[in-house]
Design a protein around this ligand. Structure first.
Ligand code: NAP
Length: 238
């Protein structure tokens, strides 16, 4: 299951997991058209794809969606969870409105909490699972204009490390990937020509490059990596 799987990094993660032979559940909030497109692309890889729209910031909706899915698939469970849904609403802290703080925290941080709490239960019972949290360079270094977003991502990094220790004994691993600038809808309003001068690799990253790392952390080969935060930023910050 990939939250925010309709577009950008989430879509690339859906395709990567499909490539690895997994059936994919695509969560999204609003963009039905993009989600349908992701579904078609996943199915083209020969696995099944299901759409599961809900707002990750709504805990009851997340619980209800997963419970309904479970009732329809009594012999299956969600073995891999990619917590990717996130939003940014940038402004300097002095100008930040309550809404901008709470919206970003509700989706980006509380979304991680609600869906992970629901899904990890079955991973523990089945004694195998992978949770990969898409965080950000902002959560490691902090970026000006992103106090809300940096706080949310840094909180998920702490949660990743704590949860990894809770669930590791049951062969469930929890890791995070921390992208720098990746070319998606989220970054399309940024000045790439100016920003890429600061990036040693000289360009924005591609969603597929992040997805390849997510795929590795979700694989059996990564069974001994737990509680880590792996940066993927072209050398922008080490
Ligand atoms: P994006 O292109 O803006 O896509 C965001 C995705 O999240 C969409 O699928 C969207 O669904 C979904 N989403 C947003 N709010 C949601 C909610 N409340 N409930 C469920 N789904 C929701 O973003 P992206 O660039 O791919 O970013 C994906 C993740 O990577 C985010 O966590 C972001 O913070 C992180 N990240 C991105 C970059 C970057 O440079 N792009 C860098 C570091 C970290 P709809 O299609 O329905 O709107």
């Amino acid at each position: 299951m990939v939250t925010g799987g309709s577009r950008g990094i989430g879509r690339a993660c859906c395709l990567q997991l499909a490539e690895m032979g997994y059936n994919v559940i695509i969560n999204y909030a609003r963009n039905q058209e993009a989600a349908e497109e992701t579904r078609r692309m996943v199915e083209d890889k020969g696995v099944t794809a299901e759409l599961m729209p809900f707002d990750v910031a709504d805990g009851a909706a997340a619980d209800a969606a997963v419970t309904a899915w479970q009732e329809q698939h009594p012999d299956d469970y969600i073995a891999i969870l990619v917590n990717n849904a996130g939003i940014r609403q940038d402004t300097m802290l002095v100008f930040m409105e309550d809404r901008q703080w709470h919206d970003v925290l509700n989706t980006t941080l509380n979304g991680f909490f609600y869906i992970t709490r629901r899904v990890v239960k079955d991973m523990l019972t089945k004694r195998w699972g992978r949770i990969v949290n898409v965080v950000s360079l902002s959560g490691i270094k902090g970026l000006p204009g992103q106090v809300n977003y940096s706080a949310a991502k840094a909180a998920i990094i702490g949660a990743t490390k704590a949860l990894a220790q809770e669930v590791g004994p049951r062969k469930v691993t929890v890791n995070a990937v921390a992208p720098g600038f990746i070319a998606t809808d989220m970054t399309k309003d940024l000045d790439e020509a100016m920003l890429k001068k600061q990036i040693p690799c000289g360009r924005f990253g591609k969603p597929e490059e992040v997805a390849a790392l997510v795929g590795f952390l979700a694989s059996d080969n990564a069974a001994y990596i737990n509680g880590e935060v792996v940066s993927i930023n072209g050398g922008l910050y080490t």
